[in-house]
Ligand binder design. Structure first.
Ligand code: NAP
Length: 220
């Protein structure tokens, strides 16, 4: 089993890469920032990958053997805190680039490398749910993750003929840099639940949005 994961330099992505490697799987990490520790855990690491660099991602993807990946976990993400009074359009654009456009571009670029019957997990967030938005704020993060959710449903349609399932997963409220260390669970617990959901979901559920900790469907 070979899994490609983005944003494994730290946080939830690091924990997922370590756990997948520990159970004997081949893990390929696409990281922007070097993480020498990952290589010591048996992960094949590509450093210096800026995921919004379309040409760079295309060049990297061209080096993958067709059908060599079982799963892609698009985990890398960016949250810039904002509110109605202070949001900046440049920050909103950047979050769209990182959280919505980069994962979409990555999956299309790597689609030939993904086996028929493979899986794509897009790490979303429940705050990207329109129906679940009970308090507002976080304009850039919410809007970019809502766009990711739509990209994921479209990818599910595009890849269904090849038996490839696409899933949107909320990792819980996790103590990482992205939350400033706030959260209900640590990255290792979140990673274990995300991996378990990715293992268990099937093509029958393609295009669905899940709370990976509670194992319940989230509303769009
Ligand atoms: N933590 C939570 O409570 C929570 C809740 C809901 C959803 N999520 C989602 O879970 C995912 C992982 O979050 P986290 O909490 O582990 O965040 P994190 O600790 O801040 O880690 C973010 C990862 O994404 C990478 N990344 C960001 N922008 C990138 C870019 N332009 N190109 C390449 N890599 C980039 C970072 O690389 P560098 O080290 O190079 O910056 C880092 O590896 C994100 O998609 C996030 O939105 C997290």
């Amino acid at each position: 089993m070979t899994t490609l994961i983005t944003g494994a330099s730290r946080g939830i992505g690091f924990a997922m890469a370590v756990q997948l490697a520990a159970r004997g799987e081949r893990v390929v990490a696409l990281n922007r920032t070097a993480s020498p520790e990952l290589a010591t855990r048996g992960v094949q690491v590509h450093d210096g990958i800026e995921l919004t660099d379309v040409e760079g991602v295309a060049a990297l993807a061209a080096g993958f053997v067709p059908g060599s990946l079982d799963r892609i976990i698009a985990n890398a993400g960016l949250r810039i805190d904002d509110d109605f009074a202070d949001f900046r359009l440049d920050d909103l654009r950047r979050q769209f680039e990182v959280n919505a456009l980069a994962p979409l571009n990555l999956v299309r670029a790597l689609a030939p490398a993904l086996k028929d019957g493979g899986k794509v997990a897009l790490i979303s967030t429940r705050v990207g749910s329109l129906a679940d938005n009970g308090r507002g704020g976080e304009f850039g993060y919410r809007m970019s993750k809502a766009a990711l959710n739509m990209a994921g449903v479209n990818l599910a349609h595009a890849l269904k003929p090849r038996g490839i399932g696409v899933f949107l997963l909320h990792p819980g409220f996790v103590r990482t840099d992205l939350t400033g260390g706030q959260g209900l669970i640590d990255a290792a617990e979140s990673a274990a639940k995300l991996i378990a959901m990715t293992d268990d979901l099937t093509i029958a559920e393609t295009g669905s949005f899940w709370h990976a900790i509670e194992r319940t469907r989230l509303p769009w």
